[in-house]
Design a protein around this ligand. Structure first.
Ligand code: NAD
Length: 501
C-alpha cells in the first residue's frame, strides 16, 4: 500500500487544493487507516468576515433567476463527476470508509446536484382561493440569506452537498464548518466549487466559504445574526447546545442529530434477506452512520434459528485496511471512538448481556483503531441499549408481541430510522401507520441505513426534527411570503369585517 500522506498530498493537488492550505498549518489531520498525520491545515477563526462576504454575495445571488442558479449547480455536479475517483479516495483516506462507500458518498453528491437542478425550475408556491371578489392569493418562496452548515466526520462531504446544492438553487450563500476531524475533504469540495464557479463565470465572491476549526467556530456561526438558517449535523449533545442558541435569536434550525435505530424481525420474514439487511446496516461504515442499526428485536419463534447465523455472519465480515478491495469494515475514526465502544460493551455485560466480538482487530498500525463488530444479546431493553454509541454494536432482544416490539423500538430518545422485516402485509402496514414507528425513516424489508437522496432525510425527537435532501426539504432554505392582490375597485375586508368612516 502507498504511503497515506503521499497519496493524500497527490489527491489534494490533483483536485486543485493549493498546497499552502494543507501544509504547516496549526491543525494536524490524521488518517484513521494508520493513525498517521497526513496534513496540517490552517484553522480560520474569522467567522464575521466570511459571513459578511457571504451576505454581500447573497444580495447579488438572490436576484439571479433560479434556473440560472440551477445551471451553476449542474456545473458543480459535472465537476464532482470529474473528480469522483479522487474525492472518493480522499474520503477513504481521511474518514476511513471502504472504497465503495467513499465513492458512494461522492455519487450521493452528484445525485443531489441533479435533484437540485430539477428543483431550480420548480420551487413551486401555491395559488389559493380568496374569499374576496376581485382578489387573488398566492405564496412566493424567496431566498433566506446566508445558510450556515455544520457537519460531522462520518459523512464528511455528502452532508455538505445535501445542504449546499439546495441552498444554492434556492438563492442563498453558504458558510460551512466541517468536522475538525475531516477538513481535507472540505478543502477539496471548496476547490471543486471554485472550479465550477470559474466555468459559470459570474458567481459572486464569497458565495461559498469553508471555516476550518473546532466547535468554537461552529458556535460563532450559530450565534451570528446574519445567518438566518443553520443546518447542524452531529451528536444529540451538540444539538442540545446549538438548538437553544438558535432559538434565542429566532434563527431557523435544521438539526440532524443522533440515531438509535432498530429493526423488528417478524415470524414470516425472509431470513436470508433479513440477514443481509441487518449485516450491512449494523456493521457497514464500522457502525459509524447516523442510520446504523443499533437494536434488533427478533421474534421468539425465530430467535434460536437466526441468532447463530447472525453470529457466524458477523465473524466472516472482512475487517481491515479500507483501501483493500475485499474489506467491508474499516477503522473507527479514533482512539476515543474505540474507548466509547469498549465502555458500552462493559455496560452491556454488567446489565447481563452476552457479548460476541467487539475486540480490537490488529492491523499492525498502533495508532489505528479497528474493532470486530459486536453483537450483544440483552435480557432487557434498558440502560446502554437506549443510548447511541457510535460504533458497530448491535443489541439483540427477543419479543413475542408486535405491539410491544413497536413500543420498545419507539422507547428511546432518538427517532431517526427503523425497519421491519416481514412478509405479512398487516404487520408491515401497522409498522408504517400512525400507530407504528415514530421515526423519520421507516422501512420494510430493507435495513435502517443507506437512504436515497430523493426522500426527505432526518428524524424526530432527539434526532432534531430537521429534513434535508429530497422531497420538499428545499422549503427550509427559503422564506415564504403570502401575497394577496386586489384587482377590484372595492376594498372588502376578510371575515366580513366592516370599517367604514
Ligand atoms: P459531533 O457532535 O461531535 O460534531 C459534529 C459537528 O458539530 C462538528 O463539526 C463539531 O465541531 C461541531 N460542534 C460540536 N459541538 C458544537 C457546538 N456546541 N456548537 C457548534 N458546533 C459544534 O459529532 P461527530 O462525532 O462528528 O458525528 C457523529 C454524530 O453525528 C453521531 O451522533 C451521528 O448519529 C450524528 N450524525 C447525524 C446525522 C443525521 O443526519 N441525523 C448524520 C451524520 C451524523
Amino acid at each position: 500500500m502507498r504511503d497515506v500522506r503521499d497519496e493524500t498530498t497527490e489527491l489534494l493537488e490533483k483536485i486543485g487544493v493549493p498546497a499552502a492550505q494543507f501544509n504547516s498549518g496549526d491543525l494536524s489531520v490524521t488518517s484513521p487507516i494508520t493513525g498517521e498525520v497526513i496534513a496540517e491545515v490552517h484553522t480560520q477563526g474569522d467567522v464575521d468576515a466570511a459571513v459578511a462576504r457571504a451576505r454581500d454575495a447573497f444580495l447579488k445571488w438572490r436576484s439571479v433567476p433560479a434556473p440560472r442558479r440551477g445551471e451553476f449547480v449542474r456545473l458543480l455536479g459535472e465537476e464532482l463527476r470529474a473528480s469522483k475517483a479522487e474525492l472518493g479516495r480522499l474520503v477513504t483516506l481521511e474518514a476511513g470508509k471502504v472504497t465503495s462507500e467513499g465513492l458512494g458518498e461522492v455519487q450521493e453528491m452528484i445525485d443531489i446536484c441533479d435533484f437540485a437542478v430539477g428543483l431550480s425550475r420548480q420551487l413551486y408556491g401555491l395559488t389559493i382561493a380568496s374569499e374576496r371578489a376581485g382578489h387573488r392569493m398566492m405564496e412566493s418562496w424567496h431566498p433566506a440569506g446566508v445558510v450556515g452548515i455544520i457537519s460531522a466526520f462520518n459523512f464528511p462531504v455528502a452532508v455538505w452537498s445535501w445542504n449546499a446544492a439546495l441552498a444554492l438553487v434556492c438563492g442563498n450563500a453558504v458558510v460551512w464548518k466541517p468536522s475538525e476531524k475531516t477538513p481535507l475533504t472540505a478543502l477539496a469540495c471548496n476547490a471543486i466549487f471554485e472550479r465550477a464557479a470559474k466555468k459559470f463565470g459570474d458567481v459572486p465572491d464569497g458565495l461559498h466559504a469553508v471555516l476550518i476549526g473546532a466547535r468554537e467556530i461552529g458556535e460563532k456561526l450559530v450565534d451570528h445574526k446574519d445567518v438566518p438558517v443553520l443546518s447542524a449535523t452531529g451528536s444529540t449533545r451538540m444539538g442540545r447546545e446549538v438548538g437553544p442558541r438558535l432559538a434565542a435569536r429566532f434563527a431557523r434550525p435544521i438539526l440532524e442529530l443522533g440515531g438509535n435505530n432498530a429493526a423488528i424481525v417478524c415470524p414470516t420474514a425472509d431470513l436470508d434477506l433479513t440477514l443481509r439487511g441487518v449485516l450491512f446496516s449494523a456493521t457497514g461504515t464500522a457502525g459509524q452512520r447516523c442510520t446504523t442499526m443499533r437494536r434488533l428485536f427478533l421474534h421468539d419463534s425465530l430467535y434460536d434459528d437466526f441468532m447463530p447465523k447472525l453470529i457466524a455472519a458477523y465473524s466472516s465480515v472482512p475487517i481491515g485496511d479500507p483501501r483493500e478491495e475485499k474489506t467491508l469494515i474499516g477503522p473507527l475514526i479514533d482512539a476515543g471512538s474505540f474507548e466509547n465502544m469498549q465502555y458500552a460493551l462493559e455496560r452491556a455485560r454488567s446489565q447481563g448481556g452476552k457479548v460476541h466480538g467487539g475486540e480490537r482487530f490488529e492491523t499492525g498500525a498502533s495508532g489505528a483503531y479497528y474493532a470486530r463488530p459486536a453483537l450483544a444479546e440483552m435480557p432487557a431493553h434498558e440502560g446502554i441499549v437506549r443510548e447511541e454509541t457510535f460504533a458497530p454494536i448491535l443489541y439483540v432482544m427477543r419479543y413475542s408481541d408486535l405491539d410491544e416490539a413497536i413500543a420498545l423500538q419507539n422507547d428511546v430518545g432518538a427517532g431517526l430510522s427503523s425497519s421491519i422485516f416481514t412478509m405479512n402485509m398487516r404487520e408491515a402496514e401497522q409498522f408504517l401507520s400512525a400507530a407504528g414507528s415514530d421515526c423519520g425513516i421507516a422501512n420494510v424489508n430493507i435495513g435502517t441505513s443507506g437512504a436515497e437522496i430523493g426522500g426527505a432525510f432526518g428524524g424526530e425527537k432527539e434526532t432534531g426534527g430537521g429534513r434535508e435532501s429530497g422531497s420538499d426539504a428545499w422549503k427550509a432554505y427559503m422564506r415564504r411570503a403570502t401575497n394577496t392582490i386586489n384587482y377590484s375597485a372595492d376594498l372588502p375586508l376578510a371575515q366580513g369585517v366592516t370599517f367604514e368612516v
